[in-house]
Design a protein around this ligand. Structure first.
Ligand code: SF4
Length: 486
């Protein structure tokens, strides 16, 4: 506070300014009002990001694959840095480096030059091209451009170039992920007519450690499975002192090809995987089913039951014991969860099972937003919340943004906020305990290493929620009620 030379009059004003204005100036989102005005064409602080970021992440889940951004350098830099900041690993990707001239004459020349340079300098097995707003607006015909590259011999023998469309003015990063997975299926999966009796697992957008955990569960079931995309071993690799341009993790080309001979496909997360599963059925006649990402007790139960049924295997006692441990923690700590009001934001594929899990804990998920469009969100949320939390408000799509979530919170406060790093502004202004979950998390670590899927992951979620709730209880407790044992 600057009092300066204005003297006595301002000194008298200090207490008033302190109470009202000063508090407001410390609030970064102080202009958010509680009054909600219906909006059609304006998004404020979106609860989503660019389509190409999802395409890039999915492409990184294939061994020897270099994501390529067909657009300007700025897009590629942003997408790489978004992934690098979250995964704390250097994310490799190339770009067609559009200039003003490219914007007028199209990106074919840049694309052909890029493919030649990429294979001669970086030697990947696959180049996975995704578009950007600019190349989509120009209308570059990637089918034709890549065909020309193959005919001109720019793509070396045994190497692959595939593509998907990711215009960022529709959908979200989840749509981009879905489009790239579909691109992988379209390009690689083959039905040779010789069944391999495997079950394909198409992973939704989860952390590398989650993908590793899903594979561990599948292995415990002794099921014959492959999984793609799979970023474990690529975006959570060990520090060895030696740089590897193409780490040894991820789904392999033979695995992707073999997906076409599988007996069944399970997609984990409707928004990120259903289109690819459909494509695989259409192309190779492999039937599919979709279940939620196994977050929380019920979704993990459903995943394990589904996999054991389609792989025709029994659930081992060791997995039943893992389940029992999760239930034990819930039983021990239930009183801390009961009745707590929660606001959540992020991607629909993890919001749906997480909301279901919170309801099972007898918490009250009252406000939920997701920037990713799709009717299934509304249907699932109504189903999960309808009877149990009738007062809940939920919305997805363009105007389901962080601003709206904040306005709802201002109308009636919550006890807990769950979402990515961008939630920290609301958490700070409204003084709400905050659990970081989803993408991106740029200001903490741990998300890449400690899974939140499966029964073990369920315990991790409970631990994270309990920690912030108990910290709040400790912080707010008067001396007489400050407990040592909780
Ligand atoms: S919104 Fe479009 S132009 Fe902007 S970074 Fe994303 S892809 Fe590039």
């Amino acid at each position: 506070m600057h009092i300066g030379t204005t003297g006595q009059r301002n000194l008298l004003l200090v207490p008033i300014i302190k109470n009202e204005t000063l508090k407001n100036t410390n609030m970064l989102l102080r202009h958010t009002s509680s009054e909600v005005i219906e909006r059609k064409a304006l998004t404020i602080n979106p609860a989503k990001t660019c389509q190409p970021i999802g395409a890039m992440y999915a492409a990184l889940g294939v061994r020897g694959c270099l994501p390529h951004s067909h657009g300007s350098q700025g897009c590629c830099s942003y997408h790489r840095s978004a992934l690098t900041r979250h995964y704390k690993e250097p994310v490799m990707a190339s770009t067609s480096s559009f200039t003003e001239g490219t914007s007028v004459f199209g990106g074919q020349a840049n694309m052909l030059q890029a493919i030649e340079t990429i294979f001669s300098v970086y030697d990947p097995d696959i180049v996975a091209v995704h578009t950007t707003c600019l190349s989509e607006t120009i209308g570059d015909d990637l089918n034709q451009i890549l065909q020309k590259a193959r005919e001109n011999g720019i793509v070396p023998k045994g190497k692959h170039v595939l593509h998907c469309h990711t215009p960022s003015y529709v959908g979200s990063h989840v749509t981009g992920y879905s489009n790239m997975v579909m691109g992988l299926v379209s390009y690689f999966a083959q039905n040779t007519g010789i069944p391999n009796y495997q079950v394909n697992l198409i992973s939704g957008w989860v952390e590398p450690c989650d993908m590793r955990e899903i594979k561990r569960i599948a292995k415990k079931l002794q099921s014959n499975t492959i999984m793609f995309p799979d970023t474990s071993g690529i975006l959570d690799g060990p520090l060895t002192g030696k740089f590897e341009m193409h780490p040894k993790g991820g789904a392999t080309i033979p695995e992707l090809i073999s997906a076409g001979d599988a007996k069944f496909t399970i997609g984990l997360g409707q928004f990120a995987t259903e289109e690819a599963a459909k494509k695989l059925e259409y192309k190779c006649k492999v039937k599919y089913d979709i279940t939620d990402i196994p977050i929380g007790l019920q979704a993990t139960d459903r995943f394990i039951t589904m996999l054991s049924r389609y792989a025709n295997v029994k659930v081992p006692q060791s997995l039943t014991n893992e389940r029992g441990r999760l239930i034990d923690v819930i039983a021990d700590m239930q009183k801390y969860f009961y009745g707590k009001r929660v606001a959540l934001f992020g991607d629909p594929d993890w919001l749906i099972p997480l909301t279901e899990f919170l309801v099972m804990l007898e918490m009250k998920p009252v406000y939920i937003v997701s920037g990713t469009p799709g009717k299934a969100f509304d249907i699932r949320m109504k189903d999960i919340l309808g009877e149990k939390v009738p007062e809940a408000k939920f919305k997805n799509g363009e105007v389901a943004d962080m601003f709206l979530l904040h306005q709802w919170i201002k109308q009636e406060k919550v006890d807990l906020l769950i979402g990515n790093t961008y939630g920290k502004y609301i958490a700070r202004d409204e003084d709400i305990p905050f659990v970081r979950f989803g993408f991106p998390i740029m200001d903490r670590i741990g998300h890449s290493y400690f899974p939140t899927v499966g029964y073990h992951g369920g315990i991790r979620i409970l631990e994270k929620i309990l920690s912030v709730l108990m910290d709040r209880t400790d912080r707010d407790a008067p001396e007489a009620k400050f407990e040592l044992v909780m």
